[in-house]
Design a protein around this ligand. Sequence first.
Ligand SMILES: Nc1ncnc2c1ncn2[C@@H]1O[C@H](COP(=O)(O)OP(=O)(O)O[C@H]2O[C@H](CO)[C@@H](O)[C@H](O)[C@H]2O)[C@@H](O)[C@H]1O
Length: 469
Amino acid sequence: MNVIHVSAECYPIAKVGGLGDVVGSLPKYQQEAGANARVVMPFYDNKFTAAHKFKSVYESELVLGEDIYPYKILKLKEDVLDIEVLFVDIPEFLFKDYIYSDDDTARFTAFQIAVMDWLLTLKEKPSIIHCHDHHTGLIPFMAQECVKHKPLNGIPVILTIHNAQYQGWFSHDKVHYLPAFDIKHIGLLDWDGMINPLAAGIKCAWRVTTVSPSYIEELQQAANGLESLLSHEKEKCVGILNGIDAEVWNPETDEFIIKNYSAKNIQTGKTANKKWLCKEFGFSASKPLFAFIGRLVYEKGADLLPEVIDKVLSKKDCSILILGSGNPEVESELESLRNKHKGVYNAFIGYDEKLSHLIYAGADFLLMPSRVEPCGLNQLYSLRYGTIPVVRSIGGLKDTVVDVKDGGFGFSHTEASEGDILQTLNRAIEFYKDQPEFKKTRKHIMGIDHSWDVSAQQYIDLYNSIKSG
Ligand SMILES: Nc1ncnc2c1ncn2[C@@H]1O[C@H](COP(=O)(O)OP(=O)(O)O[C@H]2O[C@H](CO)[C@@H](O)[C@H](O)[C@H]2O)[C@@H](O)[C@H]1O
């Protein structure tokens, strides 16, 4: 089975969030399960591409509207990754020092056209095209409707929704960017008067997956305008829980952290990592340390953090550390709290992969007050590193975190509200005081297996069910 994953992100090449983690690891585990899985992604101007050498395996031109652009398909000269990655190099559009911008329509439409044009030229066609999020949502439509790409129409196309909040909307003025298709079928591209790549992907993909079982249920009630579409298409939708790359996220071997540890020496390992974090950010190591890592956006409940932090820290019985970037207002509120709560609060505004590993290793609790959480990887990483998750019970968080009061190992609340978060934080602070129970719980969570083994196989079973059915 030849699977080609099409994505805007893939760790360690280019990552903004969880999409990069999934596309960087799922194919590796699919390989181990016997499938031949590859990735095709844009060639960006970033640290990874600057540090490696590439060779061209295909060169051509693509047509976007009335214009023609040269492009290449590149491969790494040396095998430095566990999986094969192909890079679409369209200098005009993709070779930028960012992944996303405010206007990505031309960039990602050109990317998708180049991918489809190149696939047409392959002698051995993929047996599955697996698209990820709206940046690749036009591919199922192109395979089904565009005259040029009709030869690919027999290949099953899967669309995985990692986040339905972002849909890639653009106006009908730009529909001519797409290769020719029968205009009678323009309705497949449209949702509410706009061209909507995510909606088009949902309509045209052979199967749609979401990254947790709960999320697929929730999308029928709240999908940023696509509720009725997802209810209508529910027969072809399935939720498959994300896994984690157990090699990258392994406290026993993690090169980023201060002291490696396993469940056996968790006490000394966590203590050493916490000590480093506390020194670095000016905290006392005797207090419970809560951390938040993520995009500072509404879906993550980031706007609730400043008020919650201000209130919970008035008692000074815990410390809080934030790592994230996003909404400028939230960023500046979080920065300005530093002076008021010196010694118990700090924030690193920005993106820092190494620091994220140090935090998973050194914090006692991880906060995730998300309004929407399709799966969430942070809580899975935190479990692996013995850091107890404190989450809103939604989406994948609901599927992976069981509250201590229900015999589980984490803390959860039902509402993304200041009151609920505060109450739950206070429960966790109390729990920390019972050190034997706290230590037993964090040792237990390190043993919970969220590696990709099971879910990678579920995807393969899904591919097989389409081919045979
Ligand atoms: N400032 C920062 N510095 C360093 N690292 C940072 C960082 N901000 C975030 N990260 C890292 O980015 C990843 C975030 O992953 P998530 O899955 O939790 O969220 P995201 O919303 O990006 O993904 C979407 O897709 C994924 C994958 O399907 C779903 O799990 C999720 O629910 C959905 O919203 C983690 O690896 C985290 O450590």
